[in-house]
Design a binder for this molecule. Sequence first.
Ligand code: 8LE
Length: 466
Amino acid sequence: MAGDAMEEWHWPAGYDQEYLPDPDSPYWFPNRETMDPEERDAAILERLPQVIQYAYDNSPFYKRKYDEAGLEPKDITTWEAFSQVPVVVKEELRQAQIDAPPFGDYGCIPDSEVHHIHGTSGTTGTPTGFAIGRRDWEVIADNHARILWGMGVRPGDTVFVSALFSLYLGSWGAMSGAERLRCKVFPYGAGASGMTSRALGWLARTQPKAFYATPSYALRLAEVAEEEKVDPREFGIKIMFFSGEPGASVPAVRNKIEKAFDTRVVDCGTMAEMTPFMSASATDGSPDGMLLWQDIVYHEICDPDTYKAVPYGDEGTPVYTHLERTSQPMIRLLSKDLSRWEMKENGCGRTYPSMPVGVYGRIDDMIHIRGENVYPTEIDNVLREISGYGGEHRVIVTRTGSMDEIKVRAEYDGSDTSEFEKAASSGLHRVVGLRVGVEVVEKDTFERSEHKANRVVDEREHTKKQ
Ligand code: 8LE
């Protein structure tokens, strides 16, 4: 079997809960992480039909879907055949949960094996529920421990989890991995009144080696620290790992956080449905973008129209397949995000492909304006590099006739407004390729996000969200 050389590679997955790597090894599983990628792919190609058959046999959802597509799980033995497997979209999952409440008919495990229930906040539609099995929770924790090890976190380290613990799976995933890694975990959370200010005291007191949040939250924390005359460098945080939104791979955001906290920023994250969502993650030796830990979740970057994988070097939308989940397994879940992938040598020695500049954003959030595609993160990156930027902005998209227009309202905290406006206009012109109206407003005009930022105000009638 192709996977013989891979540590603990079997289906269904399960890991020795006592295992820890050699303390001097940069790798949790040296073979799985550094092997010839073609051999790894061969093992994955043996696993895929097993996972697909399992989903087909255990869930009406996948049986229906594959019967309709005329697909036989046992025939998925080539990459070409895999590329024909229909993608799953989030709307389908929501509908399945409406039709077969509360968790949809893609659960695959008996109710008695459900160990954790989680849910989404539903800010972008009907909330989705997750029902994760006991075995899966253990495997998720193991995988996240392995990835945290790759980031440089070690047993005994204090890990401060500073994101929502309610309707957000991110914090739970970070916590479970840190627990399995035998860290000291502080599930601090976020979102309740006064918590950000109090976090400063707790961070100073606990001096965590690692910290998890959304990038927006870290920026907010830095701002509050400044207001309260606390120097965040004194928290001694060595590793700040982030998921949930673009930011950790946006150069100006990353620099700002690294400087404010005197730390190392690590990007990670796919989607809550895809937990172990840290399967896309940077490492200690490969700090930029994210590596795709293909033997945990199989990542493809696909053409957004055909859902076929694009060649390395090209841009597309990530499509994800669980290789180890037995509860609510996702097979070719379409992200509708945008990224570019590459296969090159990684500084850390792992032989995974990578997304060198992370996930730029969602296809729906991309602004099309007179033939140019503008990502909200590009605007963020420009503004953050201008001296005196007040920390927040909004991008207003309008439509006159058949033409989209954008205008940026940016906070400024200084005495030369016209200088700032000039710098912002020319910076935006350079990146967007068009003249962009800039309106300067005072610092603290806009609300700060303590979770995921949403800076685009779309005033075009046809795209208005219902
Ligand atoms: C750029 C992955 C997790 C649990 O942190 C999360 O946010 O999951 P959720 O709430 O299902 O949201 C998934 C979406 O957040 C992705 O589709 C993507 O648009 C965005 N996202 C998550 N992590 C990143 C990200 N965007 N970089 C990231 N590192």
